[in-house]
Unconditional design. Structure first.
Length: 471
């Protein structure tokens, strides 16, 4: 069915607004909705299960919401009544593996578009497996991972690929997250809810693999070949597990343990099923995701914490320990209190994309020669987990509300790149411009240029002697 305009009380509604991240999103939107703000015409609501908590938030908002709505994930009728009042429901209630599916079902039932902060591959796969057909029939967009997991990775890959206009072609997009903190502010870097979602995710790895197998079988049954990713062009992109010294960054890298790779692959499966747009760049290069630290001491601490997490997350008693003591087992990186305001203000991030490919190629007939073109792209902004996340989440909700007409897709379950990329360069540029307008920067650090393809030195413990003074 077509997605027809509907009369609703609100443009967007933030469900879970009294939670740590949800409140940050609500504060940001309250500033946007002020006269002269980024979205001054928006009609918006906050929602949750506690009237007392929601009322308590109001004094901390720059401008009041249009409405306050009470709903509970255990009460289907309340979820449907809530979702029926808004054009887009922004779900900030996690972990999504426990609390998300009922909200998705309510939105589909009331033909309400949905987006969330989910960085949980299990939940994304589950929704694609169980709800994509119903969402498509209802003309509802369900869009996951609309935050630091994984807008920078997903949209950054598309933006990198766009720096290779035909006949050039981007075959690799190799991404490195870099987080910087000025001084030594107090507090953790993240809230324990994020860490606990990761613990549950590792605990359910077997279930996730089985579910993904079922999802891929379903896709293959619907359209032969659609379960497979786009073909690998050029040599296979290898990402070092770490610690690995990255000469171009003068930092140590580790394989990123978050959802970025799973999300980008999901988006690329979506895009591979779409007809290619004549004259537009190839949008599905091989993708790699790493995070970086600045010193050998930090690299050793990350390696230690990672080994401990892997050992404990493999058993029930170990996961129970991790869930009870997030601050202890993350060396203070995550806590139930979350980051202090001082730490949030002192933190910034950038994601560096090294794009590599050819000056003259097509995906049907890639050259057998080495890459001869490269470009470097930066996606950056303020503190990523909460400040930048709020900006990205709201920008995605607004794009869904206002820019549907750019997309050939009527409904279904998507990740950001799959949704936006389906609209080609025009839709990608529209979202990039919207993000830039609120403080998320997309920059070309090095425009497309000839390369000898010798950028990086992987798998080395410690930098070359001449580079050690940079640490």
């Amino acid at each position: 069915m077509s997605h027809l305009p509907r009369e609703r009380d609100f443009d967007v509604l933030i469900f879970g607004a009294s939670g740590y991240t949800g409140e940050r999103v609500a504060r940001t939107l309250s500033k946007w909705s002020m006269p002269g703000g980024a979205w001054e015409t928006v009609r918006w609501a906050i929602a949750g299960r506690s009237q007392k908590k929601l009322d308590g938030m109001l004094g901390g908002l720059a401008s009041p919401p249009t409405g306050v709505v009470i709903a509970d994930t255990s009460d289907e009728a309340s979820l449907r009544a809530m979702s029926a009042r808004t054009h887009v429901l922004m779900n900030a209630t996690g972990p999504y593996r426990f609390y998300g599916e009922a909200v998705v079902s309510a939105c589909i039932a009331t033909t309400t578009d949905y987006c969330d902060l989910c960085g949980e591959p299990e939940f994304i796969d589950r929704c694609q497996l169980k709800h994509s057909d119903a969402a498509r029939t209802a003309g509802v967009l369900v869009v996951h991972a609309c935050a630091f997991d994984s807008v920078p990775a997903d949209l950054g890959t598309l933006f990198t690929a766009m720096q290779f206009p035909p006949p050039a072609l981007c075959a690799h997009a190799d991404m490195y997250h870099v987080v910087s903190v000025e001084g030594n502010p107090p507090g953790a870097s993240g809230h324990a809810t994020t860490f606990r979602a990761a613990v549950h995710g590792f605990g359910g790895a077997g279930e996730t693999r089985a579910q993904r197998k079922a999802l891929l079988a379903k896709l293959e049954e619907e359209a032969p070949g659609s379960s497979r990713p786009p073909p690998l062009l050029g040599p296979k992109l290898k990402v070092a597990a770490g610690p690995a010294w990255q000469k171009a960054l003068a930092r140590y890298s580790f394989l990123f343990p978050g959802a970025d790779v799973a999300v980008v692959r999901t988006s690329q499966r979506t895009l591979a099923r779409q007809p290619r747009r004549a004259g537009e760049p190839y949008l599905t290069p091989q993708f790699g995701a790493s995070f970086t630290v600045a010193s050998a001491r930090s690299a050793a601490m990350v390696a230690l914490a990672g080994a401990l997490f892997n050992a404990l997350s493999g058993s029930g008693w170990g996961r129970a320990l991790l869930l009870r003591q997030p601050a202890l087992f993350t060396l203070g990186a995550f806590s139930d209190e979350g980051p202090s305001e001082e730490r949030l203000a002192a933190t910034s991030w950038k994601s560096v994309f090294f794009g590599r490919g050819w000056s003259d190629a097509t995906p049907d007939r890639p050259p057998s020669t080495s890459f001869d073109r490269a470009a470097t792209v930066l996606v950056s902004g303020p503190e990523p987990g909460y400040i930048a996340t709020a900006l990205m989440f709201l920008s995605m909700a607004r794009f869904i509300k206002e820019e549907r007409r750019r997309l050939p897709i009527v409904g279904g379950v998507f990740t950001p790149g799959g949704l936006v990329g389906s609209g080609g360069a025009a839709a990608i540029t529209a979202l990039v411009d919207a993000l830039r307008a609120v403080g998320i920067r997309f920059e070309v650090e090095e425009a497309l240029h000839a390369t000898d393809d010798s950028r990086t030195q992987l798998g080395v413990w410690g930098p070359p002697a001449a580079a050690r003074s940079k640490l």
